[in-house]
Design a protein around this ligand. Structure first.
Ligand code: NAP
Length: 552
């Protein structure tokens, strides 16, 4: 592998030949580009948006915030970033996170290595040259020794196939593809479909403006309060001192359910009063850490029932209309097996006269009409519709790229029955393609910044290892991939996670194969496994010299 003899990029598009073509300019692609530059590899990022930020570039709906605390949701690879950046709130808003991404892009001059407003339409591996050929919707052609998919897990918004949507005479929006200029709901009658994190965050904000909001709920979700607040200068300063130490601890964390912190009790180690007191304490603290109330909430259904019951009681305490509270109370999945939602005033909003809830589990949406929504038992009129209906998660962006590996092997065929990877980093038959935070890695069950940095570092180390040994190709072996997939499934099945129908398993999309996609053992054990694989000379991967035709 050479790093010096690359075709100079064309001035206008950056199209050309690179050591690595990186797809996606979100947090993963940004750091990957920076790392490639640091190591002296040539690379180019292809990004569909007009700027950096990935999911935070697109998800501009009102109320959009991160549900990981901002003091943790930041890069650690260069300490000066966190030393200089000051988060204003405990949970940062989408505009502030996007501003942070721009700050990092400016700091490291990342935009000069990125091709914006460009979407990859096809990527195929040419065995003779050991290169990936990448085509884009702008008609550009890139080649790269490596293709690195930094395409995100929640980057393909999904609009259900509602009949009649074209006939709707008002405006409609998807939360995952929100207009940059914003939406003014003042005086509008708004229908919102979907009550996942996006719906739960946006509904209270829309209701503050709109004349009336009608929420169409198929399945209620559990939500816990964020207890968001401004960060004080003291909190920020203290975090700057301890951030790197805390991050190193978080990177090696073993979940309590897998023998991690022993200070966390199991649910039935506590008597009823003590358990309730603990749930109350975690509820008052706010955020997804509610799931750490007891060590066994995600492995013991009886334990889970106690926490789920606590949240249902809270819903009934907050929502004054008992029928509405009943409807909002989830019963179909264990608490936390769907992504726990974190809200500001979600349940309270149903006490407002301008907000109503429609159960579409029993009376589904039949069609969108010119004036609104028709369910099995009523017609509703709206000026504006908001679809908070989620994403083709984890696999959607990869499958949309028309990836073909060796001998024309199509990723879409290989994954017809669901995604299979080795370590979430590679797929058999697709040499020199790396995937960042793909199925088979902790990704969406972790702080994404931790998982992104770990994958980027691991891939970068691997590329250096290959360069030092003059190796040209790397590909997961079938045995290693089979064993990893089996392990991921076994660990998943030892928890309650697979019991929920949601995007973790592909169940949110009709016809999508049902596979529990993330690796649940935790970022610590996963990192250890990846490090062991690397230390053993990339065990489970086949590494080879460049084919003669490709040597330069
Ligand atoms: P989601 O969790 O998949 O929720 C989609 C909602 O739309 C569900 O209530 C779903 O109902 C409903 N829906 C889908 N198709 C429908 C149909 N045909 N008819 C009626 N209802 C339908 O999507 P999301 O809310 O966008 O969240 C996805 C993930 O993004 C989250 O889990 C989270 O990881 C991430 N996210 C994070 C944040 C944050 O950091 N704060 C914010 C937003 C999103 P069913 O449940 O019945 O399918």
């Amino acid at each position: 592998m050479t790093t010096t003899e690359t075709t100079p990029p064309a001035a206008s598009t950056g199209a050309g030949d690179y050591d690595a073509v990186i797809v996606g300019g979100g947090f993963a692609g940004m750091y990957m580009l920076h790392k490639m530059r640091q190591l002296g590899f040539t690379s180019r990022v292809i990004e569909a948006g007009s700027d950096v930020g990935g999911t935070w570039y697109w998800n501009r709906y009102p109320g959009a915030r991160c549900d990981i605390e901002s003091l943790s949701y930041q890069y650690s690879f260069d300490d000066s970033i966190q030393q200089e950046w000051n988060w204003s709130e405990r949970y940062a808003t989408q505009p502030e996170i996007l501003e942070y991404a721009r700050f990092v892009a400016d700091r490291f001059d990342l935009r000069s290595g990125m091709q914006f407003d460009t979407r990859v339409t096809a990527a195929s591996y040419d065995e003779a040259s050991a290169r990936w050929n990448v085509d884009t919707d702008q008609g550009d052609h890139y080649t790269g020794r490596f293709l690195i998919a930094a395409t995100g897990c929640l980057s393909v918004p999904r609009l259900p196939d509602f009949e009649g949507l074209d006939s709707f005479e008002g405006d409609w929006y998807h939360t995952g593809d929100w207009p940059h200029e914003g939406v003014d709901f003042t005086g509008k009658r708004v229908g919102v479909v979907g009550t996942g994190s996006s719906g739960i965050q946006s509904i209270p904000r829309i209701a503050e403006q709109a004349a009336a909001v009608t929420v169409f709920q198929r399945t209620p979700n559990f939500s816990v309060p964020a207890h968001n607040a401004p960060l004080t200068p003291e909190q920020r300063d203290e975090n700057k001192q301890v951030f790197q130490k805390l991050r190193r601890e978080a990177e090696t964390m073993i979940p309590a359910r897998a023998g991690g912190p022993t200070v966390i009790p199991k649910a039935f180690d506590l008597d009823d009063d003590a358990r309730t007191e603990r749930y109350q304490k975690m509820w008052d603290m706010g955020g997804v850490m509610f799931m750490a109330s007891c060590a066994d909430l995600l492995v013991n259904k009886d334990a889970n029932d106690t926490a789920a019951g606590f949240v249902r009681e809270k819903i009934h305490e907050i929502v004054s209309d008992e029928k509405v509270a009943d409807l909002l109370s989830p019963h179909d999945h264990p608490l936390g097996t769907k992504r726990l939602c974190v809200d500001t005033g979600y349940y309270d909003t149903y006490n407002n006269e301008n907000v109503s809830l429609v159960d579409i589990r029993n009376a589904p949406i039949e069609e969108i009409t010119a004036n609104g929504i028709r369910t099995a038992d009523a017609d509703y009129e709206f000026d504006t519709l908001v679809f908070a209906t989620g994403f083709d998660a984890m696999t959607g962006a990869l499958l949309n790229m028309n990836i073909q590996g060796r001998d024309g092997l199509r990723l879409n065929d290989v994954w017809e029955e669901g995604p299979r990877t080795y370590l979430g980093l590679q797929v058999v038959g697709l040499p020199n393609l790396f995937t960042i935070t793909a199925p088979g890695s902790p990704s969406v069950l972790s702080n994404m910044l931790i998982s992104i940095e770990q994958h980027v570092d691991w891939i970068s180390d691997c590329l250096e290892y290959m360069r030092e040994r003059d190796l040209g190709t790397i590909e997961a072996t079938p045995d290693a991939q089979d064993a990893w997939v089996q392990h991921v499934n076994e660990v998943g099945d030892s928890t309650l996670y697979p019991q929920a129908d949601c995007w973790y398993t592909g169940a949110n999309i009709q016809g999508k194969p049902r596979v529990f996609m993330p690796y649940v053992a935790g970022v610590g054990p996963y990192r250890q496994k990846c490090d062991e694989v690397a230390s053993a000379g990339y065990e489970g991967f086949a590494l080879a010299k460049e084919p003669a035709a490709a040597a330069r």
